[in-house]
Design a protein around this ligand. Structure first.
Ligand SMILES: [Zn+2]
Length: 330
């Protein structure tokens, strides 16, 4: 099951790489709920993230997320400063992402801060920095089943309900194409499937690729056709040049060939034909054919015989003579 899931996630991250240009190490914006969940399930931040995205990660904590964490944390009575909570990893593990939303650079709401980083320009929803969002639902109220629980619930303003805030963050992130979302579901770190907005972009990209593919194959075909045509032309020309090697051009070849094939022919002539080197020089083609004939002489012999008997082939007598020594050697 685990292997299956990791393979699925690797594929998913590969799609983000192809479609949106994600590259390792992946920058992961980690929110306060995610840190709390990871800690509550006794997971280490970086290994948990890297297992999920199947690659190297660079986790980041925004200044506003840090402010939210510290605001929730009890203050040290002696120093009057908030105690660093156990679920907040040291800056060496989780560096701070500086964000300035206002001239005073006062921290803003965590969700607003994260959304402003995921989609910097309000008109064009685009995750320019290739951030992954790692979030979680806040600890569920029934985790602490005290009597105070019901009272707490009543006190919470619906717009400020942490669960709703967490859910609104995720749905808003899904609306931005190309935002991988990691979240903790029970004790498992999940990589969400691509959102519909991401899928639209991916499918658009794939359609473009498909078009390019079609064009490529079309040009490929054209090239192949051109090559074939060229080959046909070449063949045609060859045919025009040497229409029948056994007929008109033989005397010309007889003049040309001995210089090229003289050595071979002499050797063969010494071996098989002692008496008639002139006849072999007479026709280079005939010599080659005889060579073939020695490989499969039975068929050749029959043809020559029929050629002899019928006598209708112009090159018949010559061939028959050329094949004769082969017959004799048997
Ligand atoms: Zn911020």
């Amino acid at each position: 099951m685990r292997a299956k899931r990791s393979k699925k996630y690797r594929k998913l991250m590969h799609q983000y790489e192809l479609t949106f240009g994600f590259r390792e190490p992946y920058q992961v914006l980690v929110d306060s709920n995610f840190l709390r969940a990871v800690h509550s399930f006794k997971m280490d931040l970086i290994p948990a993230l890297e297992r999920t995205v199947q690659g190297k990660v660079k986790p980041l904590l925004t200044k506003c997320s840090l402010a939210a964490i510290m605001a929730d944390s009890p203050t040290n009575s002696r120093t009057d400063k908030p105690i660093r909570p156990a679920h907040l990893p040291p800056p060496t593990v989780l560096p701070l992402r500086h964000c300035s939303h206002n001239p005073e650079s006062t921290p803003i709401d965590e969700v607003d801060c994260l959304m402003s980083l995921l989609s910097p320009s309000p008109d064009a929803k685009k995750n320019k920095e290739h951030y992954i969002l790692a979030t979680s639902d806040p600890p569920t109220p029934h985790e602490d089943k005290d009597a105070a629980n019901s009272k707490k619930r009543k006190r919470v303003d619906p717009s400020q309900d942490p669960l709703r805030r967490a859910q609104s963050l995720r749905s808003a992130a899904r609306a931005i194409p190309g935002v991988p979302i990691i979240y903790v579901k029970r004790s498992v770190v999940i990589l969400e499937p691509m959102s519909t907005s991401s899928e639209h972009v991916r499918d658009g990209v794939e359609r473009d690729k498909f078009k390019v593919g079609i064009q490529a194959t079309a040009t490929g075909k054209r090239k192949r056709e051109e090559e074939e045509e060229a080959q046909k032309k070449e063949r045609g020309l060859k045919r025009a040049k040497g229409p029948n090697p056994l007929s008109v051009k033989k005397p010309k070849k007889a003049k040309e060939d001995p210089s090229k094939q003289g050595l071979k022919q002499k050797k063969r002539n010494e071996q098989s034909k002692n008496g008639a080197p002139g006849e072999a020089n007479h026709n280079g083609d005939g010599e080659e054919r005889r060579e073939d004939g020695e490989g499969a002489h039975k068929k050749r012999k029959r043809r020559h015989k029929s050629a002899k008997t019928s006598g209708d082939q112009p090159g018949g007598p010559e061939k028959a003579e050329a094949a004769a020594p082969a017959e004799a050697t048997e």
